[in-house]
Design a protein around this ligand. Structure first.
Ligand SMILES: C[S@@+](CC[C@H](N)C(=O)[O-])C[C@H]1O[C@@H](n2cnc3c(N)ncnc32)[C@H](O)[C@@H]1O
Length: 340
């Protein structure tokens, strides 16, 4: 693939792109889109509603207009753009700001230390994989922000998996490291014969129970508390490893695939979904940045290509392995355990 040459403008714009990003993150933090969900507001009313000073308010809001996040009407009142109204109003079920809230509380500062991570090879955030999540989950606010971020990122993939996987051939599903349970909820909503749940660390059980109750699925979905470093995984017809393998080094990735293989019945299937890097490692910037996020967050994690995932699954014993795109940036690799 040939890349367009960058002009000096393009280079400088990329170097300063964090400023636009921070304008959006501050807008989410201040609740601008939620404040405008009830209808357009003039500058003064909006400024007071979200609690910002007069100095900067106009430039900030007009920056959001220029970024396409807000519109300013002929009467000068500000309004949400159609997509920000749908995705960034906290009171709508389609809200994806959980991911951005996690960026506000953690990633923005951690990415500031990227150079240090590159020089040392050491993580710059001691709250997640470094402590096997115990540091992160000890703080209710950080834990909830993380879990909401996971749900925001995985919901589009979960909806696609509900459509693209042949659920009619299976009866049960357990999402290993499934966090709040967004994936089993999306599957169970569409496929009424499916039961199962999430296997994850016990501090996530209350948020799982809440989501499952909200969707009235407690009769079919339950939480399996556990630590995948200790003991076997629970069995089901389908096991999912969604954006879990990227957290760990190669030995742990292989250990998790092997534990999943052992827990599946013959004929059972595994679904691995991730922001996979393209096999040539040239194009998919989201997958590559996700890998750098792992450098910042833990001691051994890295993201990988579809070809790498397929080869690890084949070595584990899985057969009929195939890759299927799910969303613009996420894909699943599916494999089956054959009877010996
Ligand atoms: C990056 S998140 C992915 C969450 C979800 N699968 C998704 O795609 O949104 C990794 C998940 O692995 C879980 N996890 C981490 N260490 C674990 C362990 N030792 N045992 C079980 N689950 C673990 C975390 O709690 C978290 O929910």
């Amino acid at each position: 693939m040939s890349m367009q040459p960058l002009s000096s403008d393009g280079i400088l714009r990329l170097g300063a792109a964090f400023r636009s990003s921070k304008v959006l993150l501050s807008a989410v933090e201040l609740g601008i889109f939620t404040a405008l969900a009830g209808g357009p507001l003039d500058l003064e009313t909006l400024r007071e509603r979200v609690g910002i000073d007069t100095r900067g308010a106009r430039d900030f809001l007009d920056s959001l207009v220029a970024l396409g996040m807000l519109t300013r009407q002929a009467d000068e009142r500000y309004a949400n753009a159609a997509d920000t109204d749908l995705y960034l109003d906290r009171n709508k079920p389609s809200y994806v700001g959980g991911f951005l809230e996690n960026a506000i509380t953690r990633s923005y500062a951690t990415w500031g230390s990227l150079t240090a991570a590159l020089r040392t090879g050491k993580p710059q955030d001691d709250l997640s994989m470094v402590t096997n999540y115990s540091g992160l989950y000890a703080n209710d606010t950080l834990r909830d922000a993380f879990v909401n971020a996971m749900t925001a990122l995985s919901r589009p993939a979960a909806k696609a998996i509900a459509k693209k996987f042949p659920w009619q051939n299976y009866r049960s599903l357990i999402d290993i490291g499934g966090a709040q349970g967004c994936l089993p909820v999306e599957i169970a909503k569409v496929h009424r014969h499916i039961s199962g749940g999430v296997f994850d660390l016990s501090p996530l059980q209350p948020s799982f129970d809440r989501l499952v109750k909200d969707h009235r699925l407690a009769d079919r979905l339950r939480f399996y508390p556990g630590d995948f470093f200790n003991g076997p995984l629970p069995g089901a017809d389908v096991l999912v490893l969604g954006r879990v393998l990227h957290n760990w080094n190669l030995t742990t990735k292989q250990m998790l695939l092997k534990k999943a293989y052992d827990a599946l019945p013959p004929g059972g299937s595994i679904i691995v979904y991730e922001q996979l890097i393209d096999d040539e490692r040239r194009v998919n910037i989201d997958g590559l940045l996700a890998s750098l996020q792992m450098l910042l967050s833990g001691p051994g994690g890295f993201n990988f290509t579809g070809a790498e995932c397929i080869s690890w699954m084949r070595e584990t014993g899985f057969r009929d392995i195939h890759l299927e795109p799910l969303t613009a940036d996420q894909s699943m690799v599916v494999g089956t355990k054959h009877a010996n």
